[in-house]
Design a protein around this ligand. Structure first.
Ligand SMILES: [Fe+2]
Length: 317
């Protein structure tokens, strides 16, 4: 039976959900410090380093790696990712020619319209939420080549934890957010030319072959059309309150030069920052988005059916 058929992420799988939830929360790292792994040579990650990174990703869908002083080329970053099965890069709009994006403040007119290329705060989102299903982003690397003079902290939240918080608040939120028309991103039109068509899809979905939970989400108010039903709008409001009020499950980390995040496209944001060219402190991040998830961290690899009594048609009784 494919894992998606008895997945704890299905809203009618109550016992499987309860069991998975208990274990997930028990194993969830308490702070960003628990996600940190030192890597001596990014071109050739040792078995111990690899295992430490995978252990963090299995528990929190992310790890923070630290490798030296930030003088790492994009080729090195690509080689690092490939050792974790991250190979199929998304060549998104404004990615550099090698499909790895240099995120820094830009004066170029068109880029300036996109918040990632400014020093403004970046709202909570998962990457590529506007991509079509065939190009959904399952993993990304974010690497700090240079930090800003001030600010530029990231907050990170495992999307499986967001799922738990929503489901615990109201299981109907999950059904609403799994609706195939839950969220629409209008077409991207620049100067009358359609650069990307409108994209409608669910927020949460379960990948049939792996059981992985995927999340498309942006907290931006502008340019998101939510399905007009009270439960969907209630779920959106719940998430907004979560961002406003904060949560002990949210990690806070300001990446220093040489540090990066490897993850299964978790929720994240960024605070505003201030560059100071006179000190050489102009924030520069490399970002690589992948259609792949971190290898060895598929839900089907982690999820042990034996602890769930999962195939249980009577659990709703
Ligand atoms: Fe992002």
């Amino acid at each position: 039976m494919p894992i998606a058929a008895y997945s704890p992420f299905l809203s009618d799988q109550r016992r499987a959900y309860a069991n998975w939830r208990a274990r997930k929360l028990a194993m969830y790292p308490a702070s960003a410090a628990e996600l940190m792994v030192q890597v001596a040579n990014p071109i050739s990650v040792s078995n111990a380093e690899q295992e430490a990174i995978l252990s963090a990703v299995r528990r929190a869908n992310m790890a923070i790696f630290a490798m030296g002083d930030g003088r790492l080329g994009k080729d090195d970053l690509r080689a690092f990712g490939a050792q974790f099965g991250l190979r199929r890069l998304d060549a998104n709009l404004y990615a550099d020619e090698d499909s790895i994006t240099s995120l820094q403040v830009s004066d170029r007119e068109r880029k300036r319209d996109y918040i990632p290329y400014t020093n403004q705060r970046l709202n909570w989102h998962t990457d590529g939420y506007y991509n079509s299903p065939s190009q959904w982003i399952r993993g990304f690397l974010l690497f700090c080549a240079q930090d800003a003079a001030e600010g530029g902290e990231n907050q990170l939240l495992d999307h499986e934890i967001a799922y738990i918080l929503l489901r615990d608040a109201d299981p109907r939120f999950i059904t609403a957010l799994m609706h195939p028309a839950a969220m629409t991103i209008p077409a991207n039109i620049e100067r009358g030319v359609e650069i990307r068509p409108a994209e409608t899809g669910p927020v949460f979905s379960i990948e049939a072959s792996t059981g992985n939970l995927h999340m498309r989400y942006s907290a931006r108010m502008r340019n998101i059309q939510w399905r007009d039903d009270p439960v969907t709008l209630g779920a959106v409001e719940f998430l907004q309150n979560l961002w406003d009020e904060g949560s002990a499950y949210v990690y806070h980390h300001r990446l220093m030069p040489g540090e990066g995040v490897i993850c299964n496209n978790v929720l994240h944001n960024r605070t505003a920052f201030h560059d100071d060219p006179t000190q050489g402190k102009c924030r520069l991040m490399y970002r690589a988005r992948y259609f792949d998830r971190v290898a060895g961290t598929n839900f089907s690899d982690i999820y042990d059916q034996s602890y769930t009594d999962a195939v249980d048609g009577c659990e709703n009784a």
